[in-house]
Design a protein around this ligand. Sequence first.
Ligand code: GUN
Length: 289
Amino acid sequence: MDSVSPKILDGKALAARIKEGLKKEVAQLTAEGLTPGLAVILVGEDPASQVYVRNKERACAELGINSWKHHLPADTSQEDLVQLVKRINADPEVHGILVQLPLPAQIKTEAVLDAIDPAKDVDGFHPVNLGLLAAGRPGIIPCTPAGVIELVKESGVEIAGKECVIVGRSNIVGKPLAFLFLQEHGTVTICHSRTRNLEEVCRRADILVVAAGRAGLVHGGMIKPGAVVIDVGINRTAEGRLTGDVDFASAVQQAGAITPVPGGVGPMTIAMLMKNTVTAARRTVQTLD
Ligand code: GUN
């Protein structure tokens, strides 16, 4: 066992394969007169958000998906933002709407997310989509949790019957991911800042997903030998280097499969966003059949 080097789960390569398939699908849809379209709204000048938005636009261009960027000033009012969302809801060329988070303090995020047409909510953040997911009914699945499931499947480890431990309870990752693991018949535990004996709970995991937003929170001593470890964290070190929530150097000694940061979950989130956009475009014609 010790001599077997753990499998590095290459999210960049997996995302590239998924995008390759989507590119063909987009070409076919375009030939049929339906080019998928994504509108991205960015408010303010947050540097990380600007990078994410640029990557999303780039992926759209690569796949032949139409994209529109709406860059609004940091002092935009909630009312103006909601009005813009409603205008885009009514645009038949736009199949997906993404409002980049976080939003400036004067805007209530919930009010904006609630204004997005659930059929165009390609982030899967609208309460209707989260509710459908919780009920095990078809809707739009949030991109990062969907990407995590794909990475676990890529490891070759079956989810059914396994101990799946998620560190982090956000609406964007932890909570929706718990429902996805349940759908795959995993046994799910969600840990958070008030969890007692975090180390012990993590050591029970066959599949451990860390999405807490704290660099190096999980180390090798918290990992069951052979476990699948998925690191959702994106943190910047003092030197400006990207690093995850898992201490990779010690974790890689224990894990059976592990995602790197960067090059693990990040590229998968974008691939899943593209997939949700294509699916949303397809559904506009399917519902008319
Ligand atoms: N900010 C951080 N992650 C995300 C995401 O997945 N979607 C959006 N819209 N904003 C984010």
